[in-house]
Ligand binder design. Structure first.
Ligand code: AMP
Ligand code: AMP
Length: 224
């Protein structure tokens, strides 16, 4: 009996299953304080829709591996198509604001995030659900509120890194990673907050691994 067909079919099915399986372990959901993007040497440009609210904005939802590595630019055939997020545009402008120069409407930033990161999670998201999931996560988090409830305000003052982490943990239930950058005078400041989301994109989890980096033990929370 010719066994080639009976062997190759299961193998083909296995390969098909593997090729559609997700190639990452979890997501980083990264929020950014606009004041800390703008007060650096590089400076910033407000989007054409106007100065964003004094609130954390979304940077991205990034597939990541438990060993710290991450996939990127996974599907060049799936370029950002603005028409697919037509219903989300005003929410994207408010909650996922571009600060890059020259001033633009945000399409470049959203396209970069979808193409570099979103296309690596096409096993769970299409373009619309990728952006919708991130927007829903942001509104469920109320990060600024968590900080303000602990007396931590974007007032240009200095706060303990530990008190910032504790306030976010208190508010969200999960341990954040805090990324710092430096203002125009070289002071360490609160730049981005990372929380982790399970591989299906449905709930926050404790981070399997934190990015590397260092903040001072007291960091600035600049105004915006
Ligand atoms: P990523 O490639 O997703 O890790 O994001 C890093 C890129 O996003 C860099 O090119 C940054 O300059 C850019 N970026 C970060 N924040 C913003 C923002 N608010 N608006 C526009 N570009 C940004
Ligand atoms: P370290 O102070 O670098 O020894 O870190 C002590 C713990 O805090 C480790 O679990 C780190 O992963 C974590 N950690 C260090 N820096 C940060 C940060 N900026 N945000 C959140 N967690 C951090």
């Amino acid at each position: 009996m010719n066994s080639s067909a009976s062997v190759s079919l299961p193998i083909l099915l296995l390969l098909a299953a593997l090729s559609s399986a997700q190639a990452y372990d979890f997501f980083y959901f990264v929020l950014q304080w606009p004041g800390s993007y703008c007060d650096t040497k590089q400076s910033c440009c407000y989007p054409t829709s106007g100065k964003p609210a004094a609130d954390f904005g979304i940077h991205g939802l990034w597939p990541n591996n438990n060993d710290g590595s991450y996939p990127s630019n996974c599907d060049p055939s799936s370029g950002f198509d603005k028409s697919k997020v037509r219903g989300l545009l005003s929410s994207l402008q408010s909650n996922w604001p571009t600060l890059a120069c020259p001033s633009n409407d945000g399409t470049n930033f959203w396209a970069h995030e979808w193409e570099k990161h979103g296309t690596c999670a096409e096993s769970v998201f299409n373009e619309y659900s990728y952006f919708k999931t991130a927007l829903d996560l942001k509104s469920s988090l109320n990060l600024l509120q968590s900080l303000q409830s602990a007396g931590i305000q974007p007032d240009g003052g200095y706060y303990g890194l530990k008190s910032i982490k504790d306030a976010i943990e208190q508010g969200t239930g999960y341990t954040p990673y805090i990324e710092c950058n430096v203002d125009g005078s070289g002071n360490s400041q609160l730049y981005q907050v990372y929380l982790c989301v399970d591989s299906s994109g449905s709930q926050l989890i404790e981070c399997p691994i934190f990015p590397r980096g260092k903040c001072n033990s007291q960091i600035e929370f600049p105004m915006f």
